[in-house]
Design a protein around this ligand. Structure first.
Ligand code: ADP
Length: 605
């Protein structure tokens, strides 16, 4: 697979789309091609040759001994060199290469004929011996190995046959008849030899083709065994690149993947590492592969693959992920060569498998993250529920005790019960977001009524009772809005309870106004602030910023996750301005008209 094969070749510059796999070996058309194939090296079967030599040796030894016993010593001596030659074949045949085999069969043809001629002449050149000579001309010629050998040997033997028929024609047979018999035998032998060679060529080509097909199938099967999503995306990509290069041959293999943010990048390379390409070149490459065609080029016209080219051609194959082209496998040859169409198809199938394997790795990563989140959730929830429940139990036991402050106990129990309730409500809301059951129920209402309810409620919040100053600035000209009232209240409630929870002293201020299209609500505080590096992740599920000093505030990290999902679902935006030690300001803008009730999967789901 990695090297040129005798089957169909596709010039690298001409591969456009991988088509169907050819189902039979192609045949060369030109006469020059036929002559080349008739003289091409074949597979040497040493064992079969040895078996033939053993059979011949047995025959000639018996013939020689037979001749000797009937008083023909020349019959013995003429066959001795022949038997030695055949004996050499028995010993050496398994080690014969192509050239040795050709030399041996030529030698055999000449020796057989020489031995037979010697016998014919010795026995008086009878007409009956002409048939033996003809047989000696015909039979061994048929075992010659190449068309060139056949023609050369037939010419040499032809000269011998002419000389024989002119000089030593058997008595009573005209030279023309002798020549006709011998030429016919020689011609028949040569023709048979050529037919056998042609048959062997076809057989050998078919065998080579099948061997290549099997090698490709094995390479593909072994490649497809890379199903180890747990090793992680990066290691998997490197392993794929390594295996692809092994199937491709000398050169390099580069795997390019698109990223969620930013231009595509090389995630794995194997072999001769190409210089880091310009990111635009990778973007152009993925765009060119968008229709899933195979791209190819050679050093004379490198095109979009110029960064990958060494001294040979290169080919780029698409990697599909989630139904779209999300990357490419780029194979670049170290030396000039041509790519067989079948090989390109195999590499394409491997590239497709890279997509499947990387998809599995990603899915596996997401599954692991989900399992981590689930166990974090169980841990955090258990912890967060246990603390207020302990407080509730403690104060409940104190109730009615002599000297106990029942009013304080009731206040604490109520505060803790509210905390538990909030936790449960947030959990249910997260479950609704996760399952896509979050539905908007817009109605017309005056947003001031919502803000008023929140203002009254904030005083009753556990944090609100610490005596923090809460300033409400609500514009007098707020219009009636058409949106989901409960969700608006939930958004502001979450932001306000965070501000109250995290602010030890100072002021919490809530501002509400309208710019004609959007209702704008701002919740600011003088609390500890949020470091810049955490300002994006606090909107993720269970993300919290632990205080560097001081006690840890309660909460499981669901509030802002819910807020962001609700705001996005309502078609609005949320922004944060904050710095450590300088407080935080969350600004929400919501369209004042939500056109129609819609049920949608929230973005974070
Ligand atoms: P919870 O408050 O339940 O921990 P949230 O999702 O509401 O979860 O908030 C996530 C994190 O963001 C909080 O743990 C906190 O570290 C930070 N945060 C949110 N609001 C504020 C605020 N007003 N001031 C300081 N930090 C805040």
């Amino acid at each position: 697979m990695g090297s040129d094969s005798p089957t169909a070749r596709v010039s690298a510059a001409t591969i456009a789309v991988a088509g169907r796999t050819p189902d039979r070996p192609p045949r060369p058309r030109a006469a020059g091609g036929v002559w080349r194939r008739l003289n091409a090296p074949q597979v040497v079967d040493g064992a079969a040759l040895r078996a033939v030599c053993i059979a011949l040796l047995a025959f000639y030894v018996l013939a020689a001994v037979g001749r000797a016993t009937v008083g023909e010593p020349l019959g013995l001596w003429a066959r001795v060199p022949l038997c030695v030659f055949i004996g050499l074949g028995v010993l050496l045949a398994p080690r014969f290469g192509w050239t040795a085999l050709r030399a041996y069969t030529i030698g055999m043809v000449l020796m057989l004929n020489a031995a037979t001629l010697a016998m014919v002449l010795r026995r008086g050149n009878q007409p009956a011996e002409l048939a033996v000579l003809a047989l000696a001309l015909f039979a061994p010629t048929a075992f010659l190995q190449t068309a060139g050998d056949v023609l050369a040997v037939a010419a040499a033997l032809g000269v011998g046959a002419v000389t024989f028929s002119v000089g030593w024609s058997p008595t009573g047979v005209t030279p023309v008849v002798t020549l006709t018999v011998l030429a016919g035998a020689l011609g028949g032998g040569a023709l048979t030899a050529l037919m056998l060679i042609a048959f062997r060529v076809r057989l050998s080509e078919s065998m080579t083709w099948w061997r290549e097909v099997c090698a490709r199938e094995r390479a593909l099967r072994e490649f497809a065994e890379i199903v180890a999503p747990d090793v992680g995306e990066a290691s998997l990509a490197h392993e794929c690149a390594r295996r692809l290069l092994a199937a491709f041959g000398p050169g390099s293999c580069t795997i390019v993947l698109a990223r969620e943010a930013g231009p595509p990048c090389m995630v794995a390379t194997a072999g001769r590492v190409p210089p880091a390409p310009d990111p635009d070149a990778l973007s152009r490459l993925l765009a060119a592969l968008a229709d899933r065609r195979t791209l190819s080029c050679d050093p004379s016209a490198p095109g979009d693959l110029s960064w990958a080219i060494h001294d040979g051609p290169a080919v780029a194959l698409p990697i599909a992920l989630d139904g779209a082209v999300a990357g490419a496998v780029v194979l670049s040859a170290a030396v000039p060569r041509t790519f067989a169409m079948e090989d390109v198809l195999v590499w394409r199938a491997m590239a497709a498998h890279v997509g499947t394997a990387l998809g599995s790795a990603r899915l596996f990563g997401r599954l692991q993250a989900a399992l981590r989140v689930r166990s974090e959730f169980v841990n955090t929830m258990s912890h967060e529920l246990r603390s207020p429940l302990h407080v509730i139990l403690g104060y409940a036991e104190m109730l009615g005790d002599e000297g106990a402050d029942d009013r304080l106990a009731q206040t604490r129990i109520r505060a803790c019960a509210l905390e538990v309730l909030q936790l449960v409500e947030n959990t249910l809301e997260v479950a609704r977001i996760g399952s896509g059951r979050l539905a908007l129920q817009p109605s017309d209402f005056d947003p001031r009524t919502v803000l008023e309810e929140l203002r009254e409620g904030s005083a009753a919040l556990p944090e609100g009772e610490r005596g923090l100053q809460v300033r409400w600035t609500v514009a007098g000209d707020l219009p009636v809005v058409h949106m989901d009232r409960l969700k608006l209240k939930e958004i502001v409630h979450n932001l306000l309870s965070n501000a109250l929870k995290f602010t030890r002293e100072g002021v919490v201020s809530v501002r509400a106004g309208c710019d004609g299209t959007h209702l704008r609500v701002e919740v600011a505080d003088t609390g500890p602030g949020i470091p810049p590096e955490a300002q994006q992740r606090i909107y993720e599920m269970f993300e919290r910023v632990e205080p560097s000093d001081g006690p840890r505030a309660g909460g499981v990290g669901l509030g802002l996750y819910i807020v962001r999902n609700l705001v996005t679902l309502m078609g609005g935006t949320i922004a944060l301005e904050s710095a450590p030690g300088c407080g935080s300001r969350f600004s929400v803008a919501l369209p004042i008209r939500t056109e129609a009730p819609r049920e949608a999967r929230a973005p974070g789901a």
